[in-house]
Every structure is written in structure tokens, then in C-alpha cells.
Design a protein around this ligand. Structure first.
Ligand code: GLA
Length: 389
């Protein structure tokens, strides 16, 4: 137990609930490449990170679930297993309410419990704090109440909770958070959900995150869902006009050319982006295996500018961060990460030039936007797990 947040969560729990709790660690995630490909049954290459949400749990003798947070402002919510819960407008309460509803609907037998949580994943920074919140909570409840929820089932429940709240996301975040492994990225095929681990260390280079401090709220900013709808429209036209298929994963460039003038130009552009992004994931796997940092950097940049120009999910601030790095000796490449419309860039930088590159980017960004960006060294940790007391 080497983290201050888990220490604080545990101490708070012991002081207020007077017991030795079950402790869970649930990490956030980064994504090397493969953005908006997951709900199109494509490929992704995420990794779980050290920044995490920590939970303390114990059973109680009531029919209530009490949850308290350290996450942002202190807050306590009681959920009634029998129902009658008030709607929670936003924030973590609505995620837990959705999860409890789903567990009950699936026939899991719930029992009252107390839970305290807190964490150090910046919210709205594209590091999947909500997947950590949901997957960590589900794992904790499963362990505490002996529900035997598998990791796959956990991911599907967490995804359903996001959908109930309004984000029609794929499964990348939940898989990264649950299946992540220290020092590795997770190559996931979102069609059959098979995965393998890929080492991402490139000798002499560092992976760094730069937080633009532009916060997104994907469930509220429905642009995310609009991208998904664009992709589905294209699939449905290929399906009607050419051959039966159910996702962009099976759509080819030839299919797209054939229906080019039958679809809205924006939808065409977006579908084309997804096909190319899947190819970028495969190329990235080869580049990492070859240890070719130049190629890794080029793929990151191609991915970013395609998200900017074709999928249209970046912001001027994120474009500025990437463009600034592009002109610096030592920055091999960078790209915005996650659902879009804010959050962090992921950067591959020559370790010898690291400090000077980051200083330049930080200063230029502040001059251009008046915003102070924040820098996080990328540390890849293990997926959701119980912490031994
Ligand atoms: C969000 C969603 C994921 C995925 C990414 C974009 O993080 O939750 O399912 O679609 O955006 O790659």
C-alpha cells in the first residue's frame, strides 16, 4: 500500500465505519491508438495506468447501500435495494444507481453494504475515470457479496451503465481497466473480445501525457453518440446495397467507394476514418514489435490529424499541443486520446530531450491559450484487483 489516496480511503473508512474493509484498486486507462473503433467491432490498443480509484467496502446489517466519496467534493448517498431511489442528475451517484439496477435485473442477490472511495484520476481528461468507477465498484460488490461476476460480465454491466446514462460507448475502457497488465498494452479485438499483451517500452524513449485541461463530458456532449450513428448509417447502406454485414469491421474500402455518393459526405468521411484507424492499430503493433520509434511516432501523428480533420473530435487546444510537438526535435509523435473534445494527448518523446521538449510545449501552450497544461509520466499498472491489507 504505497499510495496516499488508498491510505486516506482506508483511514477514513476505519474511523467512520470501524472495521477492516475489503480494498479494491481500479485504474484509469490510456489508449495508444484505435479511437472510436471499439463500437465498430475493430481493434484498440489501450493500457491500464497507475492513476486509480480506490474503494473500501464492508457488509452492513441494513437493506441500504451507503456510498461516500473522496473523489471531488465529499458527498454521501444512500441507495435502497428495494428501489425508490431518487434520480441522480450527474456524477458518480448515477453510475452506481445504474449498476445496482442492472445487477438486480440480472437476478444477483444484493445485501446492504458501506463503501468509501477516492482517487487520483483527473475527471474529464480522457483517462476513463468512469470505467474505473464502474468496474471497480462492480468488482468490489462481487467480491464482498460472493456474486462471482467474471471480468467479461463486469465489463458488459459497466458498459450497460454508461449506456443508461447516455453514452453509447464500446468496450475498450472497461476491458483496459479490467484486463490491464503492468508495463504492457492490451491489444483487443472488439469483435470476438480476444486480447493479447504487447510490451510498449521503446529504449531511449518516454511515453508522456499532456492534459490540455479542456474537460469533456461525453455523455452530455452527444457528439460522441453522433459519430456512432454516422458509422451505423454507413453500415446499414452497405448492408442494403451490397452485402449483409453488421459492423464497419466488415466494410471494405471498395464497399465505401461503391456507396460514396449515396451517403452523406460526413458519414462517408467518418466511416473511412474508422477503416484507416483499424489499419493504424495493426501497423502500430508491428512498429512496436520492431522497436521502430520513428514509425510509432508517425502513426500517432497520422491518427491525430485523422481525428482532427476526418472524424472531427479534437479541439483547437489539442491540435495546438500536437502541432507544437511536431516541430520539436525529440518529439516522435503525439495524438489526442479517448472519446474526444478535450482531455490529454499521449506523446512519445526521446528521453534525452524530454525536459526541454515538455518545457517548450508547456510555455507555448500557455502563451497561445492562457491555460496551464499538466504533465503526467505514463506509468502502466495492473487492472482492477483486490489490495491485500
Ligand atoms: C470513450 C468510450 C470508448 C471509446 C473511446 C474512443 O472512451 O468510452 O468506448 O469509444 O471513447 O476510442
Amino acid at each position: 500500500m504505497d499510495n496516499m489516496v488508498i491510505g486516506a480511503v482506508k483511514t477514513y473508512f476505519i474511523t467512520h465505519y470501524n472495521n477492516s474493509p475489503l480494498l479494491i484498486k481500479a485504474p484509469g486507462r490510456v489508449n495508444l491508438i484505435g479511437e472510436h473503433t471499439d463500437y465498430n467491432m475493430g481493434f484498440v490498443l489501450p493500457a491500464s495506468i497507475e492513476k486509480s480509484i480506490y474503494f473500501a467496502f464492508q457488509k452492513n446489517d441494513h437493506k441500504n447501500i451507503n456510498v461516500e466519496t473522496f473523489l471531488s467534493d465529499p458527498e454521501k448517498i444512500t441507495f435502497y435495494i428495494q428501489g425508490g431511489n431518487e434520480p441522480f442528475k450527474a456524477g458518480w451517484g448515477s453510475y452506481f444507481k445504474a449498476i445496482i439496477q442492472i445487477l438486480l435485473k440480472k437476478g444477483y442477490e444484493l445485501h446492504g453494504f458501506d463503501c468509501v472511495f477516492g482517487g487520483d484520476i483527473p475527471i474529464g481528461a480522457g483517462l476513463s475515470s468512469s470505467a474505473a468507477l464502474c468496474c471497480g465498484f462492480i468488482h468490489g460488490v462481487s467480491q464482498l457479496l460472493d456474486l462471482s461476476i467474471s471480468k467479461k460480465e463486469n465489463a458488459l454491466i459497466a458498459q450497460e451503465a454508461e449506456h443508461l446514462i447516455g453514452l453509447n460507448c464500446g468496450l475498450m475502457d472497461q476491458y483496459a481497466v479490467l484486463f490491464g497488465k503492468q508495463s504492457h498494452a492490451l491489444f483487443l479485438d472488439c469483435r470476438d473480445l480476444t486480447h493479447k499483451y504487447v510490451p510498449i517500452n521503446l529504449k531511449g524513449y518516454s511515453w508522456v501525457l499532456i492534459d490540455s485541461k479542456i474537460q469533456h463530458n461525453l455523455a452530455v456532449d452527444s457528439e460522441y453518440n453522433k459519430r456512432r450513428t454516422s458509422c451505423e448509417k454507413v453500415v446499414s447502406i452497405v448492408n442494403d446495397r451490397i452485402e449483409p454485414l453488421s459492423s464497419l469491421r466488415d466494410v471494405t474500402q471498395e464497399h465505401l467507394e461503391k456507396i460514396k455518393f449515396e451517403v452523406n459526405p460526413n458519414d462517408y468521411k467518418r466511416a473511412k476514418y474508422v477503416l484507416e484507424e483499424n489499419e493504424r492499430v495493426l501497423k502500430m503493433m508491428d512498429a512496436l514489435e520492431m522497436g521502430d520509434a520513428d514509425l510509432v511516432g508517425r502513426i500517432l501523428l497520422q491518427g491525430h490529424w485523422a481525428m482532427s480533420k476526418d472524424y472531427e473530435i479534437t479541439t483547437p487546444e489539442l491540435d495546438y499541443l500536437v502541432k507544437t510537438g511536431e516541430h520539436l526535435e525529440g518529439v516522435k509523435g503525439s495524438r489526442m486520446m479517448g472519446g474526444g473534445f478535450g482531455g490529454c494527448t499521449i506523446n512519445l518523446i526521446k528521453t534525452d530531450n524530454l525536459e526541454s521538449c515538455l518545457d517548450t510545449i508547456k510555455n507555448k501552450y500557455e502563451e497561445e491559450t492562457t491555460i496551464e497544461c499538466e504533465i503526467y509520466q505514463l506509468e502502466i499498472g495492473d487492472g482492477v484487483h483486490v489490495i491485500k491489507n
